[in-house]
Ligand binder design. Structure first.
Ligand code: AMP
Ligand code: ZN
Ligand code: FE
Ligand code: FE
Length: 290
C-alpha cells in the first residue's frame, strides 16, 4: 500500500534558531501537505505550546503536531550531541531544569564566542546577536551567523559555520548541557521517546563511534534519526542497520530551520509504522491538531 502520509519529526521555529514563527511553520507544513510535524526547538517547548494554545486552526487542512524538543547535550569528553525527545511531559521538573540551565548558560557562552571573534579582529557585539534572536528563548550560533551576515562578514549561515562557528573552530565555546545519558533518562522518565539526532553528521564536528552509539542503545535510547540531510549513504546504512539490530525506531526528518540552502519541510520523512510506534510509546503528553 502506498501511504499518502508525510511525516516529518524534526523542525525548528524562531523560538529557537529557526527562521519561521510557529504559525508560519504550520502554514508551510500545510502547503507541503505534511500530515504529522514534530516541533523540536532546541531546549524549549514554547514554540509548540504557543500553537497548542491557539483557539482556531492555522490555514486549511488538518496537521498533527507532535510536541518535542531537541536537547543540547555534551559528553564527558566535551563532544556536542543532540537528543530529540517526543511526547514527554512538558511539566516534568528534571527536564525543565536541564533545559532552563542550558538556555541561561547560552548567554554568557555567546558573549565568550563574541569575545574570541573580537580578539581576532571581527567586529560584532552581543547587541547585534540580540537583534537576531528577539523571538528566541534559546540563543544559538545561527543567530550569531545572522549577525555576521548583517555585518557583511559572511554571506550565509553556512559560510559563517564553515569559517568561524563550527564545533572544532578556535572560536567554539560550549555551554552547560546534560550528558546524552542524562537526557535519555530524563526524557524517558517524563514519559517521552528519545531519538539520537543526526548521530553520524560528521561535517558538523566530532561524532560518536558506532560502538558508542551501540552503548547508548543498550542504555535505553529509543531510536536513531537515519535519514537526515547531513548523513551520506554510508551513514544512513550504518544507522539503519543498527536500528534494525537493536529493534529501535529509525526515523527520517528535515531538521527544517527555514528556507536556507537545500532545506525543505518534509525533505526527509519517517515511515508511518515507525510513527505509530513512537505515538504508542509516548505517554507524557498528547499530539494535537492545528
Ligand atoms: P548551538 O545550539 O548554538 O550550539 O548551534 C547549533 C545549531 O547550529 C544547530 O542546531 C544547527 O542549526 C546549526 N549548525 C550546527 N553546525 C552547523 C553547520 N556546520 N552548518 C550550518 N549550521 C550548523
Ligand atoms: Zn538548530
Ligand atoms: Fe541538531
Ligand atoms: Fe535540529
Amino acid at each position: 500500500m502506498v501511504s499518502l502520509m508525510k511525516i516529518d519529526l524534526h523542525s525548528h521555529t524562531n523560538v529557537s534558531d529557526g527562521i519561521n514563527s510557529p504559525s508560519e511553520l504550520v502554514g508551510l507544513a500545510k502547503t507541503e501537505a505534511i500530515s504529522v510535524l514534530a516541533i523540536t526547538d532546541h531546549d524549549t517547548v514554547e514554540g509548540w505550546q504557543a500553537l497548542a494554545a491557539l483557539k482556531a486552526p492555522v490555514g486549511a487542512g488538518a496537521l498533527t503536531i507532535v510536541p518535542g524538543a531537541e536537547i543540547s547535550c555534551r559528553t564527558a569528553n566535551g563532544m556536542s550531541v543532540h537528543m530529540l525527545g517526543y511526547l514527554f511531559d512538558p511539566l516534568d521538573d528534571e527536564l525543565n531544569q536541564a533545559m532552563s540551565l542550558t538556555r541561561d548558560d547560552r548567554i554568557p557562552r555567546m558573549k565568550k564566542i563574541i569575545g574570541l571573534l573580537n580578539e581576532a579582529g571581527i567586529e560584532i557585539s552581543f547587541a547585534d546577536v540580540a537583534k537576531h534572536s528577539e523571538s528566541a528563548q534559546t540563543v544559538g550560533r545561527p543567530h550569531l551567523a545572522d549577525a555576521l551576515m548583517e555585518r557583511g562578514v559572511v554571506s550565509s549561515r553556512d559560510e559563517a559555520f564553515k569559517k568561524y562557528l563550527h564545533n572544532d573552530s578556535p572560536f567554539y565555546v560550549g555551554h552547560f548541557a546534560p550528558t546524552p545519558e542524562e537526557a535519555i533518562s530524563a526524557i524517558k522518565r517524563a514519559g517521552g521517546v528519545s531519538i539520537l539526532a543526526h548521530g553520524l553528521a560528521g561535517s558538523r564536528g566530532a561524532i560518536y563511534s558506532t560502538d558508542e552509539i551501540a552503548a547508548l542503545l543498550a542504555y535505553g535510547l529509543d531510536g536513531l534519526e537515519v535519514n537526515h540531510r547531513d548523513h551520506d549513504d554510508d551513514a544512513r546504512n550504518t544507522l539503519r542497520e543498527m536500528a534494525r539490530a537493536f529493534d529501535v525506531f529509525a526515523t527520517g526528518s528535515s531538521d527544517y530551520h527555514g528556507a536556507i540552502g537545500s532545506q525543505r519541510l518534509g525533505m526527509e520523512q519517517t515511515a508511518p509504522d515507525v510513527w505509530e510506534g513512537i505515538l504508542a510509546q509516548g505517554k507524557g503528553c498528547e499530539v494535537f491538531t492545528v
